[in-house]
Design a protein around this ligand. Sequence first.
Ligand SMILES: C[S@@+](CC[C@H](N)C(=O)[O-])C[C@H]1O[C@@H](n2cnc3c(N)ncnc32)[C@H](O)[C@@H]1O
Length: 308
Amino acid sequence: MQASESSGSALRRLLFTRQIAVEIAKNLAMGSDTIRDWRLRRPRTTISDADPAKDIVERYGLALPRKMLAMLGSLEGKAVAEIGPGDTLAAGFAMLAAGASRYTCLDRFPGDYGSAYAKGFYRGVKAAWPQAFPDRPWPQWLDPDRFPEAYPDRVNVVKVGVEATAGSQSVAADHDVVCSYAVGEHVQDVKAFARTSFEVLRPGGVALHVVDFSQHFDWSRWGDAFLYLSISDRVWKWMGSNRGLPNRVRFHEFLAALESTGFVVETHGRRLADSPPAPQRLLPRFRAMPLDSVRTLDATFVCRRPGA
Ligand SMILES: C[S@@+](CC[C@H](N)C(=O)[O-])C[C@H]1O[C@@H](n2cnc3c(N)ncnc32)[C@H](O)[C@@H]1O
């Protein structure tokens, strides 16, 4: 019995080591310019024109503006910036439909926002709009088939990461709102993310960041939702340096980075994993952190820049 248990756990270790080797190989491949260009041209989310795939439109187009409207009130006449929109500008398109006066996006790995693929999302947002926001009529001027190229005075695309914008004054500090969805956990430098958020806002402006602190890999077969916090920093870097794996910054560190800029921060909808991580499986630095911070799965940060 004991022999079969120990051979079972040796097999698990072997399989997990193989999994890590596969992830390292994928990261190495992304270090090649050719493979990286090819990968970045392939969208990371899928939608087909024939099927507006409503839940995908909800997730990528409507969820963020819906949260902004619920938590910040009206977007009417507001200048909005989004960090890390992803493959399309579907959320920004919806923010304009909800009344935002203009939209700036910043992304280190921008998608092809005017592609047929992206326009499928914009059409999906327009199709889903009457049911999603029955009290907000669609603005006549906003056409998914001509977005974003027909609206240069309303859409500003900045193709650099927050590490380059922080402290550079390259993006005007005249936005009323800055937002992001599932981005903070991917940036290389969380302090630069916080600083850029603060700097693109006018005094009195507000930031809303939804951060996903969870594992990101589907590693459910290993039965440990915190397995990624047991991998050494060096191996984690080998696995993700070329492809934006999560930075593993924990909740309290993220909060401290936002507060260090001068933001007054509230957190909402913070979810903790049902079972806490087993301390002996965590890297020592995670073991030394507040347990509730380590086990946070996601949270929304609403940050006010003082001085209206
Ligand atoms: C997981 S995707 C999230 C995309 C989208 N916001 C969503 O709701 O799914 C992370 C996005 O952040 C962008 N990103 C990663 N690092 C960044 C950085 N340092 N500065 C700006 N954007 C970054 C990526 O290119 C990608 O578009």
